[in-house]
Design a protein around this ligand. Structure first.
Ligand code: C5P
Length: 397
């Protein structure tokens, strides 16, 4: 993984408190983060918080560190500059090229890509001056993330809310990602299917969809044309990621969506946790305990094995990647299960991970072993679900 030198500029809006989470996400992803705050930002969030989270000295004063020419050194060293939140005032200053504070100097002295996450009230966002400034910044190559539509600081809501920190980080890192999957059509399934029992109940699993969504986001950042088939996702890809999202719930719905999408895709990655069985009959109305007594018996029938069917029917050159979530903790036993599974499924690769009450499903991190069709280990990765996505996608380059 390449460690990036990232300057996070924080300007004076209430969303500055959420900038802490932007810094945190970048640090946890392994990057070297240097925070530059404006005087206004310091009214909303304190330096000690930012220093603790960024693990670096936080800079605000243009006239400090003069001997080391800090007003240009930070910008010159940066691989990436993220300004979050970017207020209407700070965007106006950027558009005018003003250098009356440390952040302005840092941006002017840098050739790194600049990503801004605007945050302000709707009227300010829609004001002709702001609209013109944003258009000018975009024309100069500045990447604008958001703003989102939603609850603002007061009672009002509308466009102007700063994008969520993870979305900002994903969009910013995507700017620097190598475009080595450009033009590849990739289908990713994510989440866990739900099999209806009656109108209000289902049989499901604890998959959140985080790993599949992370793969889809990383693939889109690397230039792929991504269709994400999401089954009951707890997390969604950021709006900024160019991903076609198809939402499904049951295994049969997922089968139909993935079969359609796979027809003109080069790659299918089946990260979804798909139910092996579904109730044979779905009750038309809520099942009542009064009519069932002490035991309720459900007859379940086998669902189709989508992965196997895709692998059997794949076109020449199409790559099919399966996942295996197992509760086996012993590495050798896990590998044996994985080897048997890839042979049974006929996939090109199998991403093997252990899941349990507290691992794998629903968690932020993951650890995987990747097997090829012969059952040989071709990769291992652990860390955040985003960092695990990298080696999986490397299989396609
Ligand atoms: O052992 P299991 O059949 O659950 O293997 C998991 C892999 O198979 C995953 O990639 C999952 O998406 C896929 N699968 C499937 N159809 C099923 C069950 C699992 O495609 N009915």
């Amino acid at each position: 993984m390449t460690v990036l030198n990232v300057v996070v500029g924080i300007t004076g809006g209430i969303a500055a408190y959420k900038a802490v989470a932007v810094v945190r996400a970048l640090v946890l992803a392994g990057h070297d983060v240097h925070v530059v705050v404006t005087e206004g930002a310091l009214r909303f969030v304190g330096k000690p918080t930012l220093e603790a989270i960024s693990r670096n000295t936080v800079h605000s004063d243009l006239y400090e560190g003069v001997a080391e020419v800090r007003h240009v050194a930070l910008g010159q060293a940066a691989d990436l500059i993220i300004i979050a939140p970017a207020t209407a005032n700070s965007m106006a200053k950027l558009a005018a090229g003003l250098a009356d504070d440390l952040l302005g100097n840092t941006v002017l002295a840098s050739t790194a890509p600049v990503v801004i996450a605007p945050a302000m009230h709707t009227e300010m966002w829609q004001n002709a001056a702001t609209v013109a400034n944003v258009a000018l910044l975009r024309a100069r190559g500045v990447h604008v993330v958001g703003p989102a539509v939603g609850q603002l600081t007061g009672a009002d809501s509308g466009p102007g809310r700063m994008s969520e920190p993870d979305d900002i980080v994903a969009a910013a890192l995507a700017v620097l990602a190598p475009k080595d999957l450009l033009g590849q059509r990739i289908v990713v399934t994510a989440g866990g299917t739900r099999e209806a029992i009656d109108p209000v109940r289902f049989i499901g699993n604890r998959s959140s969809g985080r790993q599949g969504v992370a793969i889809a986001v990383a693939a889109a950042a690397r230039g792929a044309d991504v269709t994400l088939i999401g089954a009951n996702l707890e997390v969604r890809p950021p709006a900024s990621a160019a991903i076609r999202l198809v939402e499904v719930s049951s295994t049969l719905e997922l089968q139909s969506a993935v079969t359609d999408a796979a027809a003109d895709a080069e790659v299918v990655i089946m990260a979804a946790a798909v139910a092996d069985y579904r109730p044979e009959r779905v009750a038309g109305s809520k099942i009542k305990k009064e009519s069932q007594g002490d035991t309720l018996r459900l007859d379940l029938v086998r669902n189709p094995d989508i992965l196997r069917a895709l692998a059997v029917g794949r076109r020449e050159g199409q790559v099919i990647i399966g996942f295996a979530a197992e509760t086996e903790a012993d590495r050798e036993a896990l590998l044996e299960l994985g080897r048997a599974k890839i042979a049974r499924k006929g996939a090109d690769y199998l991403v093997l991970n252990t899941v349990g009450w507290s691992e794998g499903f629903g968690t932020e991190g993951n650890a995987v072993i990747i097997l090829d069709a012969a059952g040989d280990i071709v990769g291992e990765a652990s860390g955040s679900k985003a960092s695990v996505a990298g080696p999986i996608l490397d299989l396609l380059t």
